[in-house]
Write a protein that binds this ligand. Structure first.
Ligand code: FAD
Ligand code: NAP
Length: 562
């Protein structure tokens, strides 16, 4: 099934051990930063178009999210058959997903397979972080500073694709006394490669978003005792995960192209429909049947049972009450259920978690819940966590505390564009983008799955594909028309960003303190960052811009270039 890679880059004379050697005097057509699903496809697509392309990845291997987030229980929450590349029907056919929601190791193997199958490692520097990017207007290109294990390198490229991830900068709270803790500290977003032995240990988990929720049931099975320190409860819907039997797989293969076609112009990059009737005027038994049916579909889909569930509080309340009922049914202690049911946000306005036995884990004798809203952390001690009510002895402390989402990875790079424009200044009041890809003042640099695009509100493999393909077309257009510099117009970026904001403001999403709004990072401007107008609509808008000779961009030929 897997084609072996050609001679590995590191086995060739003069190559760097982590990938191809680079020379600052030499210029690439495209530099791709990040080797998650976005970066791998950008690397492949640019190479296929005959562009000289270098990929750079901070991690020791490909996979992005699925390389880093190795915690027990990690799985996708979009069905595997949808959460996978659609660009090559042969790839679709040769890769056999074994479970409805694949595990992290399986998704990581898939990323590996893709890297090998399309010989991408040849063109990829691993263990290498881009720390700075400087634009030179005279030559219309970027110089990137690369931090490697053994020093720094520089590399030049005409175009830069920032496939740096929207959930790739983990956050760890600065808890008092943390440095004194004598046990083991683990992070879901950088779990040890060889796993962590928690057998019989007293484990504390801080964080009850998807990462904490997925890991609890497995950790509870392995550990002696688990204490969950919960600040905010979250809605979680069972995955109803299962193996995909052969006959079903054959049906998937037969219908794959149709399934993809439906996803490409859908609201969220998956082939699922919502109920298009108004739940408030429907016969109550039909409302209940629709909710029951969606609940049984499993996971995040429940947040989109009715077309206006994220727009109308009364409709949302119908789904919310139904979810609450379901959650209460599986928790033995009503007082624990009270603590686990959210009351502070409409259902679906924070990402709904997709779990396998999360709420049931609280019925175990070895799992305890500490409600930090009632009983806040006072300090971490050498032997555990002290809350106002007393000490919780721990051997292991797990942080599942989220990410500096959407802007974090780009803002952590020292990026200076034309005329000294810094990304940190352009984005000081929230991310300003044109189509979620271009940033004013930073010509020839484009984000994939960035703010201002559907990204985290869609199936992100397909959203990355759509943007990468759009960018590949743009690069070809530049080649064909002798264009060296592509800069978005300030007014186009302002109009797009206002549109992103207006669409979000009409929804219930702005009522939640979510990472979509940057609420989880102290001091971060509260701006709804992803584009919520729908994946299909976004695609159509991007296509329209391209069809109108890239309206909103200034395309320039620089004397002496090309
Ligand atoms: P990433 O996979 O985040 O890759 C970005 C890469 O860029 C990283 O490897 C990072 O090391 C690298 N990088 C960042 N900065 C630099 C730098 N300066 N220099 C060099 N390298 C750099 N989405 C879904 O649609 N469905 C899911 O089921 C789903 N499950 C998820 C589960 C978890 C645990 C998490 C954290 C996220 C999940 N997501 C899911 C979102 C997920 O991030 C995307 O689906 C997708 O994997 C993103 O791919 P990407 O290539 O855009 O970014
Ligand atoms: P998250 O949803 O942001 O959750 C972080 C958790 O940590 C929250 O419960 C938060 O509480 C808590 N927290 C943060 N700082 C804290 C502190 N100082 N004290 C106590 N609690 C603190 O992060 P995540 O779980 O990693 O998920 C992020 C996103 O990644 C998800 O929304 C999803 O898009 C994706 N993801 C998907 C899957 C999947 O199912 N495939 C799995 C994991 C992640 P507050 O809410 O009170 O801030």
């Amino acid at each position: 099934m897997t084609s072996p890679p050609e001679a590995s880059a590191s086995s060739r004379p003069g190559a760097h051990p982590d990938g191809p050697a680079v020379d600052a005097a030499d210029r690439y057509d495209v530099l791709v930063v990040g080797a998650g699903f976005g970066g791998l496809y950008a690397l492949h697509r640019s190479r296929e178009a005959g562009l000289r392309t270098l990929g750079v990845e901070a991690g020791a291997d490909v996979g992005g999210t699925w390389y880093w987030n190795r915690y027990p229980g990690a799985r996708c929450d979009v069905e595997s058959i949808d959460y996978s590349y659609s660009f090559d029907p042969v790839l679709e056919k040769e890769w056999r997903w074994t479970e409805r929601y694949a595990t992290q190791p399986e998704i990581r193997s898939y990323a590996d397979h893709v890297a090998d199958r399309y010989a991408l490692r040849e063109h990829l520097r691993l263990n290498t972080r881009v720390t700075a990017l400087r634009y030179r207007s005279e030559s219309a290109d970027w110089t990137a500073t690369l931090a490697t294990g053994d020093g720094t390198d520089e590399v030049r490229a005409r175009f830069v694709v920032m496939a740096t991830g929207s959930l790739s900068i983990p956050l760890t709270p600065d808890l008092p006394g943390l440095a004194d803790f004598e046990g083991t500290v683990l992070y879901t977003a950088d779990w040890p490669e060889d796993g962590a032995d928690v057998d019989g240990q007293r484990v504390g988990i801080i964080g009850t978003g998807s990462s904490g929720i997925q890991s609890l049931p497995i950790l509870a099975e392995q550990a002696g005792q688990v204490t969950v320190f919960q600040r905010s409860p979250n809605y979680s819907v069972p995955a109803f995960n299962r193996q995909i039997p052969d006959d079903e797989w054959q049906q998937v293969l037969a219908g794959y192209r149709d399934r993809r076609a439906k996803s490409l112009y859908s609201g969220a990059g998956t082939p699922h429909d919502t109920v298009n009737d108004d739940a408030l005027t429907m016969y109550p038994a039909l409302v209940r049947a629709a909710l029951e049916s969606r609940w049984r579909d499993g996971g995040v889909l429940f947040g989109k049972t009715f077309y206006n569930q994220a727009l109308n509080q009364d409709v949302n309340d119908l789904a919310r009450r139904f979810a609450e009922e379901k959650i209460r049914l599986v928790i033995d202690d009503p007082a624990v259920a009270d603590d686990l049911i959210p009351t502070d946000h409409p259902l679906g306005t924070k990402r709904i978690c997709t779990d396998s036995g999360y709420f049931q884990a609280y019925n175990r004798d070895n799992v305890a819940l500490v409600n930090l809203r009632r009983d806040p952390i006072v300090t971490v001690t050498a032997g555990g966590i002290r809350t106002e009510s007393g000490d919780h002895p721990l051997d292991v402390l797990v942080f599942a505390t989220g990410f500096d989402a959407m802007t974090g990875a780009i803002m952590r790079i020292d990026i200076v564009g034309a005329d000294g424009v810094r990304v940190a200044d352009v984005w000081a009041d929230g991310p300003l983008t044109y189509l979620g890809m271009a940033i004013p003042g930073l010509p020839n640099l484009f984000a994939v799955n960035g703010p201002g695009s559907p990204s985290v509100l869609a199936n992100m493999v397909l959203s990355a594909e759509q943007q990468v393909e759009w960018l590949a077309d743009l690069f070809s257009y530049c080649g064909a028309h002798g264009i060296d510099e592509v800069a978005c117009r300030d007014d186009a970026a302002v109009t797009w960003t206002e549109h992103v904001d207006q669409v979000a403001s009409a929804t219930l999403f702005v009522r939640a303190n979510s990472w979509y709004l940057g609420s989880n990072v102290e001091g971060k401007k509260r701006v709804f960052m992803p584009y919520i107008g729908g994946f299909g609509n976004y695609r159509a808008r991007c296509d329209q811009v391209a069809a109108h000779d890239y309206e909103g961009f200034v395309l320039t030929r620089i004397a002496g270039q090309s």
